[in-house]
Write a protein that binds this ligand. Structure first.
Ligand code: GTP
Ligand code: MG
Length: 390
């Protein structure tokens, strides 16, 4: 499953975001290092279900009013402080939790109520813009550290055994979730032979690897507390910044679960359907004002943008019957798969089952009832039947 890391300084609201997005019961508190061991959980991207466009009567049964939720893994990492890569605040161990993450949501306390180390200082007493860059540096220096440890040996291997540098570097970084494509891309951006690199060159290379292997989106969290000026300044940055209130999302999801409101993650509003006491009503009224101003709580938007904008994934729907859009048992649109843009019909076959990939003959684009070959590039929302020899 695709993995998304939640990272940032202590007390920024990572576990709150995690709880909001997974409804897992995790510890949340207003002091640094509440989380020590990373939390892993399942959250979802929200997509438009094809059953609406396909005119399937009564819907498909797998979506809620045309919104389909496709699972992704979320990792709530312990708080990172500046110089974490040198081991400060157990930083190295904490950074290791990001190994599996393909993309990072940088949870940032936009209210300015916590300092660089996550200590509470009162709203507006810290400039959140100061936190924007530090996480990139920590992650790239962590990658640098992994490379530097064996660099001399690696380069000796490269020059004496004439091994390919991309292979050697990839193997060294394999466990850090860096792909061979990331390594090739970063190498292509360097203008000299790795054997001649200075320490600064290696640092620059590590930052390129970071950009490629752990792209980042900023969740400007605690918008319910934040001075508007902070949000405005963050939004002006040359970064993807999403205004977020993890706390508001938890309140809405819990109220929905309790049956007092109707709310779907990512919705711009909610409907009150149950009995509320005065305090609950006041709390929800406040959240409604926030939703009006920002469009949503931002939690779902962060997850969606991380997966679709940064990682460039698409959603495809394999079926067995191209006319009824069902599987063998008659279930309509049974599965939704997240795949990298550029994936082919054959890649989808492999994804469904290795055997299906191996015995692939052709595929049928079920929307157009059109036969396509193995190299057919899948499009977002495609409904595909695979035809194989077995
Ligand atoms: N008002 C408000 N408070 C929030 C929000 N998100 C988190 N908080 C509060 O911020 C504090 C820290 O939240 P956590 O989720 O524990 O933060 P963390 O980043 O996981 O912290 P560590 O595990 O210590 O690194 C808690 O008091 C939360 O209630 C938010 O959107 N709005
Ligand atoms: Mg935490």
């Amino acid at each position: 499953m695709l993995s998304i890391g939640l990272a940032g300084k202590p007390n920024a609201g990572k576990s709150t975001f995690f709880k909001a997005a997974t409804l897992a019961d995790v510890e949340i508190a207003n002091y640094p290092f509440t989380t020590i061991d990373a939390n892993h959980g399942v959250s979802y991207v929200r997509v438009k279900c094809p059953c609406v466009e396909l005119g399937i009567e009564g819907g498909c049964g797998r979506c809620i009013n045309g919104s389909r939720f496709v699972p992704v893994e979320l990792i709530d990492v312990a708080g990172l402080v500046p110089d974490a890569h040198l081991g400060r605040g157990l930083g190295n161990e904490f950074l290791d939790s990001l190994r599996l993450a393909e993309v990072v949501i940088h949870v940032l306390d936009a209210s300015g109520s916590t300092d660089a180390e996550g200590n509470p200082v009162g709203i507006g007493n810290y400039d959140p813009l100061k936190d924007v860059e530090f996480l990139k540096r920590e992650i790239s220096m962590w990658l640098f550290g992994i490379l530097e440890r064996n660099w001399t040996k690696l380069m000796r291997q490269y020059t004496s055994e004439k091994a390919k540098p991309e292979q050697i570097i990839y193997e060294q970084l394999g466990g850090a979730g860096v792909s061979d494509k990331d390594v090739r891309w970063a190498l292509s951006r360097m203008d000299s032979d790795p054997a001649t690199w200075s320490e600064d060159d290696l640092r620059r290379f590590a930052e390129l690897l970071r950009q490629s292997s752990k792209p980042m989106i900023i969740a400007a969290n605690k918008i319910d507390l934040a001075p508007r000026e902070n949000i405005r300044r963050l939004m002006e940055l040359d970064e993807i910044v999403v205004p977020v209130s993890g706390a508001a999302e938890i309140a809405l999801r819990m109220a929905d679960k309790a049956g007092v409101i109707r709310y779907l993650p990512g919705d711009p509003d909610f409907e009150i359907v149950g009995e509320l006491n005065r305090a609950q009503k006041a709390g929800l009224d406040k959240i409604r004002v926030l939703l009006k101003e920002y469009g949503s709580t931002g939690v779902q938007e962060c997850i969606n943008r991380a997966v679709f904008d940064l990682l460039d994934y698409i959603t495809v729907y394999p079926v067995e019957d191209e006319n009824k859009f069902t599987d063998r048992d008659g279930v309509v649109l049974p599965d939704a798969f997240l795949m990298k843009r550029g994936s082919t019909a054959r890649d989808l076959a492999y994804r469904v089952h290795t055997e299906l990939g191996e015995s692939f003959l052709f595929a049928i684009d079920a929307r157009r009832k059109l036969r396509v070959g193995e190299k057919y590039e899948l499009k977002d929302g495609d409904v595909i039947k695979i035809v194989a020899t077995k």
